[in-house]
Design a protein around this ligand. Structure first.
Ligand code: FAD
Length: 595
């Protein structure tokens, strides 16, 4: 079998164009027209395809090399039956904003590929319509790509809108108002005890979800994104089969449709982790079950002291449940600095019956009067405890193994995560992956930004996911929010840092609100003096952390932040004051002792 060099074809007016990606390695078997390299000029990115099918025997270029027409890229041993050809035409450079999609979309199936009936053809297929998926699909359509979005459920929005961020915040808002009203007595204003109409509360939560998911459906339509309702699985690297579903869940209709695509973005998300020793019983639920708000249990156990568990515990305790929390680790809210979490813990000391750290639920038995749970660990109660509701909130697991990714050649690790590069590209060049199923942190805002990058990269734009920070927020009472590096991370990574801390006990607004237990902390690199992290605990901390996120991304230092005039009296002012504290100029705090 003949060996031949693969050369850079005629790439128009461009020369000395840097190689930004090498998509193959020695030993790879490639198809004719399969992209081998990605080049990036100052105006466009372009893929260089193979001009013959065969096995790559050597690669002559590496990342960062500059190539021009005729440069040797690789050597290929052509498969039997293929005729060596002269250099092929490169894939057309993608302009920053592609023109309207052409009528004929996907190329004809290649040897060994699915060759049956095709119901939909598209340039970009997005699998899963959570925050990552719908954002990717909408961005793809805005870039002029003909886009198909596959979702198994009736509404778009995924976990976040339907059974996650949004319904939990609707209920947390209700709880916050109920809690705040109670504090008015010391202002001389008293209200009667709350009367809870649980069906109406559930209805309010559902209406919030419906408003948002309805809005998404409208936006998909306005962008001409074709939504296919069903369970999608890969047939190969250019086809997905969809088992159509209907009803409010995932009822299969028995019908199937096939979508042929040029590029795919996998956004199939995650699902709650199950504890294998727990029996099946309607009184043992995950976060989705807890958000259904079927009733208000008298006694409830929350297994897992992470953000989701604590948010649900906050809601149910305000509604009147007596709550125990069991957490295996030695602290709650993993990932947050301990000083932030301690403020939350002190404020909530009376809210929960029993917070059992270093303790795990070891056994559960279904009894007529409840779920009887036996605990093990440092703070385990001596006797088993009986609960009306047990919420399991011990983490989420990615859906990477449920979409037949192997049929497309996409690598999935043993836990179900799909490895990607900075453009969100998987090991298969035309397939991208985003959101919960590419890794931690499993958060909606991360998924959205990754979705935009994937759609832009799929359209040939120079997009990379290179966030300096991804914020986390526990929407508890008080809220706990952090972004960038925590003090604990600085210590373990050996990063020398300085900090500025502004206690809310010195904030006029926090005192006026009757909520001055919190603080704002900023962390600066001791060498560059640029901000590298920050944390806030207090009411509305989740809204306030956005300024810290922006400061980190912009590489601000304490002077930039401190000299920015913040409105007075606000909680947001505390960010500026913490920066002033960092360089010792805060006139709202006692004078710094001279050394
Ligand atoms: P998902 O939202 O999981 O969406 C994936 C979609 O793909 C789903 O709609 C699913 O039905 C669909 N799908 C999967 N497989 C297939 C298939 N084979 N065929 C067709 N469709 C398929 N994050 C925050 O940032 N802030 C919060 O306040 C917050 N609160 C949360 C509260 C709770 C109770 C929970 C559970 C999560 C919360 N999260 C929060 C996390 C957030 O919901 C997720 O990080 C986010 O939804 C992930 O988005 P995604 O697009 O990756 O996937």
């Amino acid at each position: 079998m003949a060996k031949q060099n693969i050369l850079v074809p005629d790439i128009g007016d461009y020369s000395d164009v840097p190689v930004i990606e090498v998509l193959v390695k020695v030993g790879d078997v490639v198809q004719k027209e399969q992209p081998l390299l990605v080049l990036e000029s100052d105006k466009a990115t372009m893929e260089v395809p193979a001009d013959a099918a065969g096995t790559i025997t050597s690669i002559a270029v590496k990342l960062g090399d500059k190539v021009s027409k005729g440069s040797v890229i690789a050597e290929i041993e052509a498969s039997a039956g293929t005729t060596p050809a002269s250099a092929p035409a490169p894939a057309a450079p993608k302009p920053a904003t592609p023109a309207t999609a052409p009528a004929a979309i996907a190329s004809a199936p290649k040897a060994g590929q699915y060759n049956g009936k095709v119901d939909h053809e598209c340039e970009t297929l997005v699998l899963g319509a959570g925050p990552g998926g719908y954002s990717a699909a909408f961005r793809s359509a805005d870039l002029g790509m003909n886009t198909v979005l596959i979702e198994r459920y009736a509404t778009l929005g995924g976990v976040c809108l339907n059974v996650g961020c949004i319904p939990s915040k609707a209920l947390l808002h209700t709880a916050a108002v109920m809690d705040e009203v109670k504090t008015m007595a010391k202002h001389g204003i008293t209200f009667g005890a709350p009367k809870i109409e649980i069906d109406q509360l559930r209805g309010y939560k559902e209406s919030v979800i419906a408003k948002l998911t309805g809005g998404l459906a409208g936006m998909a339509k306005a962008r001409k994104v074709k939504v296919v309702r069903g369970l999608g699985k890969f047939l190969d690297a250019n086809h997905v089969e969809v088992e159509l579903t209907n009803g409010s869940g995932q009822d299969l209709t028995g019908q199937k449709e096939v979508v042929r695509f040029q590029k795919a973005i996998i956004a199939a998300g995650s699902q709650p982790v199950k504890l294998p020793f727990l029996p099946e019983d309607p009184r043992i639920v995950d976060s989705t079950g807890a958000l259904l708000l079927k009733s208000i249990p008298k006694r409830m156990l929350v297994i897992g002291g992470g953000i989701i568990g604590l948010e649900m515990a906050t809601v149910y305790s305000t509604l009147g449940s007596r709550i125990d929390i069991a957490e295996m680790m030695d602290g709650l809210m993993a990932g947050a600095d301990r000083d932030l979490e301690k403020v939350w813990e002190k404020f909530n000391a009376g809210r929960f019956e029993n917070i059992m750290l270093k303790t795990r639920a070891a056994k559960a038995e279904v009894k007529p009067d409840g779920i009887q749970v036996t605990f093990e660990g440092e703070n385990a109660p001596a006797q088993p405890q009986t609960y009306d509701l047990v919420l399991v909130a011990v983490g989420r697991t990615p859906n990477g193994k449920k979409i037949a990714a192997d049929k497309a050649g996409v690598q999935v690790d043993e836990r179900g995560f799909i490895p990607v590069d900075k453009q969100m590209r998987t090991n298969v060049p035309n397939i991208f992956a985003i959101g919960d199923l590419v890794g931690q942190p499993m958060l909606a805002h991360k998924a959205v930004h990754e979705g935009h990058v994937a759609a832009e990269a799929a359209a040939g734009e120079k997009s990379y996911f290179d966030a300096k920070q991804i914020p986390s927020v526990a929407y508890t009472d008080p809220e706990v929010a952090w972004a960038g590096l925590t003090e604990e991370q600085c210590k373990t990574q050996g990063i020398a840092y300085e900090k500025g801390l502004f206690p809310w006990a010195a904030s006029g607004r926090a005192i006026a609100n009757g909520r001055d237990e919190g603080f704002t902390k900023l962390i600066f690199d001791a060498k560059t003096h640029r901000i590298i992290g920050g944390g806030i605990v207090g009411t509305h901390a989740g809204d306030l952390i956005g300024e810290v996120c922006l400061a980190i991304e912009m590489g601000a230092d304490a002077v930039d932040i401190g000299k920015t005039i913040h409105p007075h009296p606000t909680l947001g002012e505390s960010v500026g004051l913490a920066a002033e504290a960092a360089h010792g100029h805060c006139t709202d705090l006692p004078p710094v002792k001279k050394k």
